[in-house]
Design a protein. Structure first.
Length: 440
């Protein structure tokens, strides 16, 4: 009999309630290591521990350690957490994730396994479940819209739904420094009830998703700016690698000529420059410089300009050389690995023809073609240099030679999907107006 590969083993397993002893150990370690370090504060407006049956927690997803902001304040409640599929194949996490009964989810993909396991855990085993409707940790420091299907799942579960909204977590380890040394100061978490079973019965799926987006919304840069939170840098400049995310100059609009080091982000083409303080506030070097009000609104500005470029050209098309990566089926990923490279080719985003990859895989010709309606985003899971998505259930990772290219490709696909009348539209309060990105 052929030996089963790691993916088959993962999806053949049934998930159960977390072991009470092991959960207690993890909880106490979390308190010991992180509570003071992250300056954890919380306000429990409505307490899910008072519910008689199982509850579902929806939370904003700002950092890789977001589970702490639910598990610690709400102990001794035990939770099954939803986690990114690819994390289950990392050699330093695989055993822990299985022992703690985490649920694997392929992000932005119709994953029946994850949905059925959540339903089974809540309805049959009476477990409490935590998941993050955004689908991945924040890219810009603020929320993106909930993944498609969120409202439908919550409505079907018919149980009390609570929200956990945390401020400050993204700034501990922003996306452009994901996986590097943490910067820590303070976090604030608010916990409250969002839906009763009766609410879920009476509200439409669209109303449920709108409420989820509203209650979870948080902008860490704005929060830090208003609260003057100073972050400890751990020896790294607070602006280092920010150019992998903010790749377009807001003054001259040249791309991939930004450089970020120490506390400075600078355009090599026109000299536009900003200083970033330890509280993450951003300031133009002088009156000749044009700098958005926060790093988040700078990212918004780039999104708006990419959308404008697509709208101006009915034949819009963008191509870039890329390296293709996959998750190996017979071994776990080593520390520092996110996938194994198996090919090279050309990635093309087209307003008329959708997404395509044409190149090689395992030394054989290989192509992927997906409409803009069906592909609404890539996943930027680890940092701002790597993106992936799921094709026929399997992860396909793309890396690029140019700093900032991963962010550009992600934003272009977001807006191509939306312009082509895809279902995953931007948050209702978002304005495609570049003037909103600068201090008035």
């Amino acid at each position: 009999m052929a030996k089963k590969d790691l993916i088959t083993k993962l999806y053949e397993r049934k998930i159960h309630k977390p072991n009470a002893f092991l959960y207690s150990v993890i909880y106490h370690l979390g308190v010991l290591i992180y509570k003071k370090k992250y300056g954890m504060h919380w306000n429990i407006i409505d307490d899910p521990r008072k519910e008689e049956g199982p509850v579902v927690i929806i939370a904003n997803h700002a950092s890789r350690n977001d589970y702490l902001f639910t598990a610690i304040p709400l102990y001794p409640l035990k939770f099954n957490f939803l986690a990114a599929y690819n994390e289950f194949f990392r050699n330093n996490l695989a055993l822990l994730f299985r022992v703690m009964q985490l649920i694997p989810k392929r992000q932005f993909y119709s994953d029946s396994y994850a949905a059925f396991e959540i339903i089974r855990l809540v309805k049959q085993l009476k477990c409490n479940v935590v998941f993050y409707p955004e689908g991945l940790s924040s890219i810009s420091g603020a929320n993106q819209p909930s993944a498609l299907g969120t409202g439908k799942l919550l409505k079907f579960l018919k149980c009390p739904i609570y929200s956990v909204t945390t401020s400050g977590a993204y700034l501990i380890q922003p996306k452009y420094k994901f996986g590097h040394k943490e910067r820590y100061a303070k976090t604030e978490t608010v916990i409250k009830k969002v839906f009763s079973p009766e609410d879920l019965k009476n509200l439409s799926i669209e109303e449920i998703e709108a409420k989820v987006d509203e209650v979870l919304y948080n902008d860490d840069y704005e929060w830090a700016k208003n609260n003057h939170i100073v972050y400890k840098k751990n020896g790294e400049g607070i602006a280092e690698d920010l150019d992998t995310l903010l790749y377009k100059c807001p003054k001259c609009n040249h791309e991939f000529e930004m450089e970020a080091f120490d506390n400075i982000i600078h355009c090599k083409h026109c000299g536009n420059e900003a200083y970033i303080n330890d509280d993450y506030t951003i300031h133009p070097k002088d009156e000749t410089c044009k700098i958005p009000s926060t790093q988040k609104t700078w990212f918004d500005y780039i999104r708006i300009k990419e959308r404008e470029a697509i709208l101006k050209d009915p034949d819009f098309e963008y191509s870039v050389e890329t390296t293709l990566g996959v998750i190996p089926k017979k071994r776990y990923l080593k520390m520092g690995e996110t996938a194994i490279n198996v090919g090279k080719g050309t990635l093309t985003l087209s307003r008329k023809n959708g997404f395509s990859y044409v190149g090689t895989m395992n030394n054989e010709p290989y192509e992927i073609h997906i409409s803009n309606h069906d592909l609404y985003t890539f996943v930027m899971c680890y940092d701002a240099t790597i993106i992936h998505f799921f094709y026929k259930g399997e992860l396909r990772q793309f890396t690029f030679k140019t700093r900032g290219m991963a962010a550009k490709v992600l934003l272009l696909q977001n807006e191509l999907h939306r312009i082509c009348k895809g279902e995953w539209q931007m948050l209702k309060n978002f304005k495609y107006d570049e003037n909103e990105c600068f201090d008035k």
